[in-house]
Write a protein that binds this ligand. Structure first.
Ligand SMILES: [Zn+2]
Length: 402
């Protein structure tokens, strides 16, 4: 059913509710109420539903029987983007004492959602914190919305605390590692390490290296298999000049999630160069190619062969690799190698074609979200499409069918 059909059904419900209230209720509605009801009907007949909304808010008493209708109307208004009206409807519910506590808490939560939609995050935060104190039943849902708010505000300390308090609720389930969903239905176990990583990034940027290390240690305790945590720990080790430890950490990525192997390459190379161990780097690249063939790895290996054995050997390797699985970036690199070899004999036309190729490869997406399909040029740990954490990965090679 589409949204406007639902909207009109709610109106119908309000009209019926009002009529029933008027003719069967013990007390007849006041004159003022009655006239606003007719005003609402006129708006409806004139095709001006907004005026009708206002008139009906005023005409229908809030009590336990009409509660659902009011709540539904407010939620629909929010979905239609009429947030100010939604807030009016939900506040109106809360101002009436003739409803049960559980209904009040429900309206309380919906009002907080209105404020989130309106971008009034401070107010939403206060409402949700109050709700947690008031109601254990709505506490879990309120915590999820709070995590959403802290995520949007990039307040990672608060996000971590709130995610942690969601997990502590899990203790009630016989101490088993019970799945707890955060915002967007993603498990809190997935979110929490990313929050710690964000905190570590922030601390690193402020020069607080030991603080960053502490945050990463917490992230590791939460999820020892998280690739981002491993990459960041390796970056910090490299920054401290501990290249051996960095390489040791990076070697874990293949076991954690082989699809992230291309992300390991630049740092691994840097550390191997610092240690004068390019052989180890080459072994790592060839092993990785077996585990997860991808353009990034092919090009890294081509570059290494170019450095160690020259352009001809590199072009040979790359041609062979492209025979199995062609890619735009691979093709570009191949042309570049050939250009390098015979620059003097080439016309400027080919150089122009090369420049076009370069621009093409630079705009080609190298990353894809496994959850919603979002494609991008850079690795985002938080998907802008579906708001999932850690769902974007480097794109692998697509093998030719024949
Ligand atoms: Zn996504």
């Amino acid at each position: 059913m589409n949204q406007s059909a639902v909207f009109w059904m709610v109106f119908a419900a309000i009209v019926i509710g009002w009529i029933l209230g008027r003719f069967s209720g013990p007390k007849a509605p006041s004159r003022g109420r009655s006239s606003s009801y007719y005003e609402g009907l006129n708006y409806l007949l004139d095709g001006k539903p907004d005026g009708a909304t206002d008139a009906f808010i005023a005409s229908l008493d809030v009590n336990s029987e009409t509660f659902e209708t009011h709540l539904l109307l407010g939620n629909l208004l929010r979905k239609r983007g009429e947030v100010q009206r939604a807030i009016r409807v939900h506040v109106n519910i809360l101002e009436h004492s003739a409803i049960q506590d559980i209904q009040k808490h429900e309206a309380h939560l919906e009002l907080a959602r209105d404020y989130i939609s309106a971008g009034l995050l401070d107010r939403a935060e206060q409402l949700l914190l109050d709700l947690i104190a008031e109601s254990s039943l709505k506490g879990v849902e309120a915590r999820r919305y709070l995590i959403e708010i802290y995520q949007a505000e990039r307040d990672w300390d608060k996000a971590i605390a709130m995610a942690g308090s969601l997990l502590s609720k899990r203790g009630l389930f016989q101490g088993k590692r019970h799945e707890v969903k955060g915002p967007g239905e993603q498990s809190v176990h997935v979110l929490l390490p990313h929050f710690y990583c964000e905190l570590a990034e922030k601390r690193k940027k402020n020069g607080d290296i030991s603080g960053a290390q502490q945050a990463l240690a917490s992230a590791f305790r939460e999820d020892p298999s998280n690739v981002r945590v491993t990459l960041m720990r390796a970056q910090l080790a490299e920054g401290e000049g501990d290249f051996r430890k960095a390489i040791e950490l990076l070697l874990n990525v293949a076991g954690q999630d082989k699809e992230f192997l291309p992300e390991v390459v630049p740092l691994f190379k840097q550390c191997a160069e610092a240690l004068g161990q390019l052989d180890q780097y080459e072994r790592f690249l060839r092993d990785s190619m077996q585990k997860y063939p991808s353009t990034g790895l092919v090009i890294a290996l081509t570059d290494l062969i170019n450095e160690r054995e020259g352009a001809e050997a590199a072009a040979l390797f790359l041609t062979d690799a492209m025979r199995n699985a062609a890619s735009l970036r691979g093709l570009y690199r191949l042309m570049l190698l050939q250009l390098e070899e015979s620059r003097s004999q080439l016309s400027s036309k080919l150089e122009v074609a090369m420049e076009l190729m370069r621009q093409l490869t630079e705009t080609a997406p190298g990353y894809r979200c496994q959850h919603c399909g979002f494609r991008g040029k850079h690795l985002h740990w938080f998907c802008p499409g579906c708001k999932f954490w850690g769902s974007i990965k480097p794109i692998g090679l697509i093998k030719k069918l024949n």
